[in-house]
Design a protein around this ligand. Structure first.
Ligand code: SF4
Ligand code: SF4
Length: 406
């Protein structure tokens, strides 16, 4: 048996490269899905053994493929295995290519079909009217008219929201915070509003590269029309698409500089543009979202921002940076198996419980949204906030939405 998508990217040898050392199953920060299910197939090693056996004809095709499919889609694409693998298998890429192979074999998980239909129909994963990307919450912004005026203007810098940051109450706070910061420093920027479509991450991550291409090309054309040269986004999943995966999976060369939100704030600090004056008086810990940390390498930028916030005592999670546990919401696992994602989140809860933090900060709208939802259900009373919200508060900003959400 062959896996054509792996062959196309010259990665067909990877299942044979695994040395079966089991580093990906044990130790600090290792696989959250294996640590939760304790099934060999849910570890990187297990998936490589099944793929290898299928390629060698040692496993009955149907059963082997079904087992591999369940494990490959039951993965958060957190990159933990890639981090520890002694033979450097690029797992996050390998899993997305295998997902593409399953789509092409007609073995895509049926739970993903409504997700794709929703995206194609509404241009966002929440299935909301796309005009609500701004109209749905602009009344929360202290400068509503200014926010609306920015839509569709010509500028070199664009603020790309992403779906979570447009439609989920807690994540919208980070969008408002970034808007206020951009206004404060006099940034000349634009936004697409209703014309912003999903970046396509849920499609690329589940292997539907060709549907994702329509989303990528739409946004690229819209930005070209506005003369954009640089895109700032708070979402590390969107960042990863724009900065890496359009090129890697769709062969699209993105003609813009891509800047991640925490990197943007860190650069503003270096340029002396942010004067934090309001003490926050909080103990804060930080969750490295997988697409920001392991999958993109932004470890120092958010910590530098936290260091500069007055009245913040910083405490690392026991598993942090490259060893940080996934919160459970990565890899489009939730539409496939929401209960599994919740079980994985317990690893995060156990880590946070060991700190004295009042606030769990992160710089990922999806992680913030999921932890905001799950921590209270696990009986853990900690505030979850996006890094940019903390930065805006330390700049003295406050707005109605903050009170409503928190
Ligand atoms: S990407 Fe994360 S969840 Fe998936 S197999 Fe690797 S360590 Fe496990
Ligand atoms: S760490 Fe890498 S080489 Fe070792 S068992 Fe896991 S996938 Fe194989």
């Amino acid at each position: 048996m062959k896996f054509p998508a792996l062959e196309k990217h010259n990665l067909q040898d990877m299942p044979f490269t695994c040395a079966q050392c089991s580093y990906c199953q044990v130790g600090n920060g290792s696989c959250p899905t294996y640590k939760t299910k304790y099934l060999e197939s849910y570890s990187a090693k297990g998936k490589m053994i099944i793929a290898r056996s299928l390629m060698q004809g040692r496993l009955p095709a149907r059963e082997g493929l079904e087992g591999l499919r369940d494990a490959v889609f039951g993965c958060t694409l957190c990159g933990g295995c890639e981090e520890v693998c002694q033979v450097d298998i690029p797992f996050v890429k390998v899993y997305q290519l295998l997902r593409n192979d399953f789509l092409n074999r007609g073995m895509w998980p049926e739970e993903l079909v409504p997700m794709r239909d929703t995206m194609v129909e509404t241009f966002n994963i929440q299935g909301q009217d796309n005009s609500e990307r701004i109209d749905g919450w602009s009344y929360w912004s202290p400068q509503e008219d200014l926010l609306e005026e920015k839509v569709g203007g010509k500028a070199k810098t664009a603020f790309f929201f992403g779906c979570a940051s447009s439609f989920r109450g807690i994540s919208i706070q980070a969008t408002i915070a970034t808007f206020l910061i951009m206004e404060k420093i006099g940034e000349d920027y634009t936004m697409l509003g209703e014309e912003e479509w999903c970046c396509g991450a849920p499609l690329i991550m589940t292997g539907d590269f060709e549907t994702a291409r329509k989303f990528a090309m739409h946004n690229i054309e819209k930005y070209k029309e506005l003369g954009v040269q640089r895109i700032v986004t708070n979402c590390p999943g969107c960042y990863k698409m724009w900065a890496h995966e359009y090129h890697e999976f769709l062969d699209i060369d993105v003609p813009f500089e891509i800047v991640y939100g925490a990197e943007y704030l860190s650069n503003l600090i270096d340029e002396g543009k942010l004067q934090f004056t309001t003490p926050l008086d909080l103990t804060v810990t930080f969750h490295d979202g997988c697409d920001a940390g392991r999958n993109s390498g932004f470890y120092e930028e958010p910590r530098k921002v936290l260091e500069h916030l007055p009245g913040v005592e910083f405490e690392e999670l026991p598993h942090n940076k490259a060893n940080c546990f996934c919160c459970g919401s990565g890899g489009v696992l939730r539409p496939v198996d929401a209960d599994f994602a919740v079980h994985i989140n317990k690893l995060k809860v156990e880590d946070i419980e060991q700190t004295n933090a009042d606030v769990v900060a992160s710089a990922c709208p999806t992680c913030v949204d999921f932890m905001f939802d799950q921590l209270p259900q696990a009986g853990l009373q900690r505030v979850v906030k996006d890094l940019s919200v903390l930065a805006a508060e330390a700049l003295g900003f406050t707005w109605d939405g903050l009170d409503e959400v928190y």
